[in-house]
Design a protein around this ligand. Structure first.
Ligand code: PGA
Length: 250
């Protein structure tokens, strides 16, 4: 049985004191959750948020990493650095990285390898833009993202990864994919993994849905057989709405 995993992607929101305040509110609200819970603040908030997490069921994630261990790469943060502040997860290939910051399948793949090498669990984002969905290219785009991200990744390493299916047209727009639309793509991804690897590992991988998930629609989405959690943006910025998703009852 796959455990649900709900991750809050705080994007470029929250100063250190605001992030500390938010996580202090989240912790008691999610303490009885059956799902894995992850918060992903911006880099500068990671260490202060990390201090509050020992002894709780909330794990820490970052929003990106650079694939080199260290070096003259101004502005970048590496896997060992994220590990050193207590991060266990890292979001890779988010559509905002792909569309604004030149993220490609190749850079996603390098980042996935670096994350795994340094003991971080990648949350790998895949998903189509509206024009691609409307022209019937959703599966083609998602296949390209999945094959690109996991090129050269062993089955053993794939087991440590989480995939987030995020239709780009649903991110931050208030438009959510219908549970059926999301389920269809999740099942497609699982089928693809079963062809790329095997059925057993494909059944084990957690596949999150992302794109305007909120307490009101979480139950319907999370009740779908292949939807194993959520990557939450806007609704993760308030403790009660994030907890409302985490504590959904199926
Ligand atoms: P959203 O963002 O929940 O605000 O749509 C999701 C994401 O970008 O991961």
């Amino acid at each position: 049985m796959r455990k649900k995993i709900i991750a809050g992607n705080w994007k470029m929101y929250k100063t250190v004191s605001e992030a500390v305040d938010l996580v202090k509110k989240i912790i008691p609200l999610v303490k009885d959750s059956e799902a894995e819970v992850v918060v992903c603040p911006n880099y500068v908030c990671l260490s202060e948020v990390a201090k509050l997490l020992p002894g709780t069921n909330v794990a820490l994630g970052a929003q990106d990493l650079y694939w080199e261990k260290e070096g003259a790469f101004t502005g970048k943060v590496s896997g060992p650095m994220l590990k050193s502040v207590g991060a266990d997860f890292v979001i890779i290939g988010h559509s905002e990285q792909r569309s604004y910051f030149h993220e490609t399948n190749e850079t996603v793949n390098k980042k996935v390898k670096a994350a795994l090498e340094h003991g971080l669990r990648p949350i790998v984002c895949v998903g189509e833009v509206l024009a691609e969905r409307e022209s019937g290219k959703t599966e083609q785009v998602v296949r390209n993202h999945v094959e690109g991200a996991f090129a050269g990744i062993s089955e053993q390493d794939l087991r440590k990864c989480v995939i987030a299916y995020e239709p780009v047209w649903a991110i931050g727009t208030g438009k959510t994919a219908s549970p059926e639309q999301a389920q269809e793509v999740h099942a497609f991804i699982r089928g693809l993994l079963s062809r790329m690897y095997n059925k057993t590992v494909a059944q084990e991988i957690q596949i999150q849905y992302g794109g305007s998930m909120k307490p009101e629609n979480a139950k319907d989405l999370l009740s779908q057989p292949d939807i194993d959690g959520g990557l939450i943006g806007g609704a993760a910025l308030k403790a009660d709405s994030f907890a409302g998703i985490v504590n959904f009852k199926g």
